[in-house]
Design a protein around this ligand. Sequence first.
Ligand code: BGC
Length: 384
Amino acid sequence: MKRLICYLPILLLFMIVLSSCGNNTNNTDNTTTDSTKTGVTQKDWGEFDGKKVSLFTLTNKNGVQVKITNYGGAVTSWITPDKNGNKSSIIIGFDSLQSYLRKPPYFGALIGRYGNRIGNAKFTLDGKAYQLAANDGKNSLHGGNKGFDKVVWDASIADTSTPALTLHYMSKDGEEGYSGNLHVTVQYTLTDNDELKIEYNAETDKPTPVNLTNHSYFNLTGDASNTILNHTLMIDADNYTPVDSTLIPTGEIKSVKRTPFDFTAPQKIGSHIDSVKGGYDHNWVLNRKDSSLKLVAVLSDSLSGRKLEVYTTEPGLQFYTGNFLDGKFINHDGKPINQHTALCMETQHFPNSPNQPKFPSTILKPGEKYHTVTIYKVIVNRQT
Ligand code: BGC
């Protein structure tokens, strides 16, 4: 007995070491790895480009769940209760990798190296002209033919007390026409306040434009048979950047006053959408004095009682009302994703900045650290 007591501490130590090995969250071999410590599970989702693709489920203490795949770093669903306690996803997406390989318009994905458009698919930097792929008429959109939304990111479950997933991608010098090896790290965290926090970090070895964002499509009703036209939106922006017929900013910074672009006070999205040709697909110039994290937009839906707050360090917000969605893709709730089924609020720098010296610069230089943060926060007005 005395002997057993003597060995007990060693036994305990052995058990602790064993259990911490079980938390090896980087394991992509198992079909499902449950990392209870961090509230993240990992499921095998197939393969692309010879790399393993997984689906990660982040669950917070309220039971809210966010699913993310390392294919394109896409958020595939965000399941929250509505005012009656019924759970559904406020994000449009799919349940299989195969559906994402059919090239949907950036559903939930991480966008880079340059989110939004670059006019005529070219720019000049330090006297050198760069030609990019023209994948949107004559312009370049969302990083080119194979942007960050179509690559497999290296994933690891962060060793944090809140559920978090770290994704890394190395975009090679010359990829999609851009210069410099760019190391990009994005961390998704689901907090216990029902916030999805996205932190973007990047470093380069040659000067390059960088504009990273997330392309989640929201429908707060959680039912893709409803449009977002009855959602109410506030954007803290007195100005926006008008565009030409190919959606490239003209360079003007225009006041939203007395225009359909005025969301400074909460406004129903459908109220004036008909007077904007094609629907909203514009960049708002956020009111801010510095690059601190700030509340910039609030989206709400009375049907579900859900509200979504957007906080960011970025200077711009692309508000896009899903104008080009055409029913070709089917949401995970079985409903077709039609025009205005969902909307995007892409926090970012202004479109075509590399060709607009008056816009805030998007050039990252060697030795500099790109760092931006965006938070989407869900609030539910529960009915008693
Ligand atoms: C752009 C739209 C585009 C959509 C999906 C948005 O960020 O502003 O013009 O159609 O992405 O491709």
